[in-house]
Design a protein around this ligand. Structure first.
Ligand code: NAD
Ligand code: UDP
Length: 313
């Protein structure tokens, strides 16, 4: 039975990855300090092949059994989390990534870094291809996250080139689904919470900025295909269907049968104006593409939370 280590395994994406790997017959070791994750995300897991280690990955990671794969997801991910935890975000991207790569090296395990579309910053090329180097403000508020991930990518390539570690880098575009925290500040859980409370939906700026939203199960499939591939350069994983944030708010209202109004609030500094993955590389190398569109994904998210128009019908 292969053994997979998942750092950040008690978070939103990490907990779905735990579920999927256990279902595939893996032993799973989840390493998390619960900074932004929660035990509620993994409390449903009953398997004897699941181990939870409460541990901060900026400290040395010791695992005294065979490890075949290391998925390194530990990092604050929502803007309100990394703005609240700026130094921890830089440290987990740097020292935490060193430690996770060191673990993979000692165990001769495959390694996957969860990087992000934020490495492209406020992009000047559209859609974003992996060979675009990005447009990031290193000293703005988002710099702590963007630069931590850019450093983590550089470090991962150095471990690959100099140390021969079997590394992989996924650039994850906005992903959503069940288990996002209602108050994590990201657009989809915020709009769902606001609509379910009958409160106005807070659209930042004029709502014309765009994002491309991937449902979590599609994303997880992409991570698994990538870590088992021969590709060492970054690969975008995301859903290329692009929406303005105003269109997203309207899609949430529709999915929930809500009459809430939309109110406009100030646009945060350095908020990217556009974002859409070019997934040509993922299609060619992994045979991967998303299967779940926004309306379907929102309905699945609402069903899991027991809320929305479908739940009330
Ligand atoms: P999340 O906040 O739900 O999960 C992150 C997990 O990492 C949490 O469980 C947290 O407690 C843990 N963690 C943070 N610092 C740690 C440390 N020092 N030691 C151990 N554990 C630590 O966020 P998520 O959305 O599940 O994101 C997971 C990963 O995917 C992150 O690396 C994030 O940058 C990346 N990502 C996510 C998205 C997305 O849309 N969800 C987009 C791009 C990249
Ligand atoms: N956003 C918004 N209202 C909110 C939360 C977010 O209009 O209550 C906007 C935010 O300004 C950004 C987009 O939605 O333009 C996506 O934000 P999110 O925090 O989900 O992800 P990211 O900015 O990291 O892509």
């Amino acid at each position: 039975m292969p053994t997979s280590v998942i750092t950040g395994g008690a978070g939103f994406l990490g907990s779905h990855l735990c579920d999927r790997l256990l279902a595939d017959g893996h032993r799973v070791i989840c390493v998390d300090n619960l900074d932004t994750g929660t035990l509620e995300n993994i409390e449903h897991i009953r398997s004897h092949d699941f181990v939870f280690l409460q541990h901060d990955v900026t400290e040395h990671i010791t695992i005294e059994e065979t490890v075949d794969e290391v998925f390194h997801l530990a990092s604050p991910a929502s803007p309100i989390d990394y703005l609240r935890l700026p130094l921890q975000t830089l440290k987990v991207g740097s020292q935490g990534t060193h430690n996770a790569l060191g673990l993979a090296k000692r165990h001769r395990a495959r390694f996957l870094l969860a990087s992000t579309s934020e490495v492209y910053g406020d992009p000047k090329e559209h859609p974003q291809r992996e060979d675009y180097w990005g447009h990031v403000n290193p000293i703005g508020p988002r710099g702590v996250y963007d630069e931590a991930k850019r450093y983590a990518e550089a470090l991962t390539m150095a471990y690959h080139r100099q140390q021969g570690v079997d590394t992989h880098i996924v650039r994850i575009f906005n992903t959503y689904g069940p288990r996002m925290r209602p108050r994590d500040g990201r657009a989809i859980p915020t709009f769902i919470r606001q609509a379910s409370e009958g409160a106005p939906l807070t659209v930042f700026g004029d709502g014309s900025q765009t994002r491309s939203f991937c449902f979590v199960t599609d994303l997880i499939e992409g991570l698994i295909r990538l870590i088992r591939s021969d590709e060492h350069e970054p690969v975008n994983i995301g859903n290329p269907e692009e929406y303005t944030i105003l269109q997203l708010a309207e899609a949430v209202l529709e999915a929930m049968g809500s009459q809430s109004e939309v109110v406009y609030e100030a646009l945060p500094q350095d908020d990217p104006a556009i974002r859409q993955p070019d997934i040509t590389r993922a299609r060619a190398i992994l045979g991967w593409e998303p299967t779940i569109g926004l309306a379907d994904g929102l309905a699945r998210t609402l069903r899991a939370a027991g809320t929305g128009a479908g739940a009330r019908a």
